[in-house]
Design a protein around this ligand. Structure first.
Ligand SMILES: *Cc1c(COP(=O)(O)O)cnc(C)c1O
Length: 226
């Protein structure tokens, strides 16, 4: 006889993820308060997101501008919202108006568009440069050898403050070397924040210095296929 499967409990999952982040931080002498949990709510039904919000989660990540606006427009004041997916220049205005943080800055055209829109809007989201550490064809992000020049251009040519760097390591490789590479690029460019680590590897990311981890399925369960 087997017990019926208990329903997935996102609030309990959040407590467990927070505990794992804290343990990973302490194990390497870091303060758990220095690691922000970004709850990646993309493609998740509201009945899974609501309990996490109710449990006190205040930072959420979405990968599409339109989906994020539909979901969060009415609750915008309550949370910090981060865009973690690729951004088209023709959506720059909406993204500047709607997000607190954009983590996918990765090319000159986008830097120029964001700078223009920020000037018009009189506000600029905090910005992360995405680095394609695995140099994967299908992935967004500036390649590592061009990262220094791109960060300098964001600052000097476009007047943008770069708060952090973001990466998504290749799925089939150990993530540690990619996290280490991102940390090195940040250090030599005087960039303070590191957005790295997802459901499968956030503890490793904390060990390599992540200041925020982007966790979806470990918090909310598997996503519906897009
Ligand atoms: C979907 C997504 C995540 C979350 O992935 P999980 O494996 O579900 O934790 C993190 N970062 C980015 C950029 C994503 O697109």
């Amino acid at each position: 006889m087997s017990l019926p499967e208990s329903p997935f409990d996102p609030a309990a999952a959040r407590a467990e993820v927070l505990a794992r982040i804290a343990a990973a931080a302490r194990a390497c002498g870091r303060d758990p308060a220095d690691v922000t949990l970004v709850a990646v709510s993309k493609q998740q039904p509201w009945d899974r997101v609501a309990p996490v919000l109710a449990a006190g989660q205040t930072v959420f990540g979405e990968n599409r501008v339109q989906e994020a606006m539909e979901r969060w427009a009415d609750r915008r004041g309550e949370i910090e919202l981060r865009l973690i997916g690729p951004l088209q220049t023709n959506k720059a205005r909406e993204a500047v108006a709607f997000f607190d943080v954009i983590e996918s800055l990765d090319r000159d055209r986008l830097a120029r568009a964001l700078a223009q829109e920020a000037q018009k809007a009189g506000r600029c989201p905090r910005l992360y440069v995405q680095v394609n550490t695995g140099e994967e064809e299908q992935k967004a992000g500036v390649v590592p050898t061009e990262a220094d020049a791109f960060i300098a251009a964001c600052r000097d040519a476009y007047g943008l403050a770069v708060e952090g760097l973001m990466c998504i390591p290749p799925a089939e490789e150990p993530p540690g070397p990619h996290f280490a590479l991102l940390a090195r690029i940040a250090a030599r460019n005087g960039v303070a924040k590191l957005s790295m680590g997802m459901s499968g590897d956030f503890e490793t990311a904390v060990r390599f210095g992540a200041t925020s981890v982007r966790v979806g399925s470990a918090l909310f369960g598997e996503r519906a296929k897009a």
